[in-house]
Design a protein around this ligand. Structure first.
Ligand SMILES: Cc1cc2nc3c(=O)[nH]c(=O)nc-3n(C[C@H](O)[C@H](O)[C@H](O)COP(=O)(O)OP(=O)(O)OC[C@H]3O[C@@H](n4cnc5c(N)ncnc54)[C@H](O)[C@@H]3O)c2cc1C
Length: 314
């Protein structure tokens, strides 16, 4: 575990996380963003953003995210990509946030993981979770050394994760529900010889006894099956991403994080912002505004202020 104690640990690098990082680092708080992937959040999926103020011309979601990223980092925020948070202890004054290979300590935590999660919806997916089904290649790839696995999805994140798995597994089937992947044909991972791409196929069932043994698929050419040991699901959905919290903060019945108007959760020093919270409008401007409020609440928590201190030039 690192000795560093951050003032603010931000989980998630979308507009909510970056706006929180901008406010927190500009207020001279030691701030880090832990981000699973720059391409996995909702904003990265948006092909064109026209309704975020200040844009001279429409930008793709990725372009807008890059602007936010540079701005936040220019005030000193640290950023770590390819780090999926898998657990957290939030109840003490110094909170701990866990990734596969590190533990981060912070006085406050801002949860900004968005709502691109999905319910287990493939037959067998839930039953074989932890017995061949996984949502984290970096966490579980080593268990599949020399074996055959598949990655389900068509996003850049799915392709990237197939690349991680290809270092361990003998064969990685990248199975896309669409006839085309959402990356260029010359994307580096696609040239890895043990990655085999299957396009336009939907997995209808994951089958096995003690562990995963095969999958059943449907495509334009009818039904087929594939023997393999692991299924890594990277299909996106619209469920708030809160699994790593394991009940540590209060959620609504719909599974979103409940906050007050200052973006405080029920746990002191734990804030949440963006699509992961219970919100009427899932929009970039809302996520960014909530990120700013969360950072102000973090500062209030650390410095024991009665009210959030707004920082502006006169
Ligand atoms: C196709 C599409 C089009 C859209 N168009 C518009 C539009 O035109 N205008 C508009 O205002 N809004 C639009 N939206 C909505 C907008 O993109 C979202 O409201 C906004 O991105 C939410 O921001 P966020 O920071 O809460 O979450 P996200 O943008 O989803 O970012 C979440 C971040 O958290 C990271 N993360 C997730 N889990 C973990 C974990 N366990 N550990 C570490 N990091 C993690 C992800 O990698 C990601 O970087 C669109 C959304 C989609 C999907």
């Amino acid at each position: 575990m690192s000795e560093t104690i951050y003032d603010v640990i931000i989980i998630g690098g979308g507009p909510a996380g970056h706006s929180a990082a901008l406010y927190a680092s500009r207020a001279k708080m030691k701030t880090i963003i832990l981000d699973k992937s720059k391409t996995a959040g909702a904003l990265a999926y948006a092909s064109l953003i026209e309704n975020y103020p200040g844009l001279e011309k429409p930008l793709t979601g990725k372009e807008l995210l890059e602007v936010m990223h540079k701005q936040a980092l220019s005030f000193g925020a640290e950023y770590k990509e390819d780090v999926q948070v898998i657990g957290a202890f939030l109840g003490e004054a110094i909170k701990q946030v866990f990734t596969m290979d590190a533990t981060y300590q912070g006085k406050t935590v801002i949860i900004a993981t968005g709502s691109m999660g999905r319910k287990a919806s493939i037959k067998g997916e839930e039953a074989f979770l932890g017995r061949g089904v996984s949502y984290c290649a970096i966490c579980d790839a080593a268990f599949f050394k020399g074996k055959a696995v598949c990655v389900l999805g068509n996003s850049e994140e799915a392709v990237k994760e197939a690349g991680v798995l290809a270092r361990f597994a003998e064969t990685v089937y990248l199975i896309s529900p669409t006839p085309k992947l959402k990356v260029e044909d010359d994307y580096p991972a696609l040239a890895i010889p043990n990655i085999k791409v299957l396009l336009g196929k939907t997995v209808s069932e994951i089958v096995g006894s003690e562990a995963v043994e095969k999958i059943l698929m449907k495509g334009a050419d009818g039904e087929s099956e594939l023997a393999l040991d692991g299924v890594f699901v990277y299909l996106s959905g619209s469920k708030p991403i809160v699994d790593f919290l394991q009940g540590a903060v209060e959620l609504s019945e719909e599974g979103c994080i409940i906050t007050n108007a200052a973006m405080e959760t029920n746990v002191p020093g734990v804030l949440a912002a963006g699509d992961v919270v219970c919100t009427e409008a899932r929009q970039v401007i809302v996520a960014a505004a909530q990120g700013a409020l969360a950072a102000l609440a973090a500062e209030k928590h650390i410095f024991g202020r009665k009210k959030a201190k707004v920082d502006w030039h006169g």
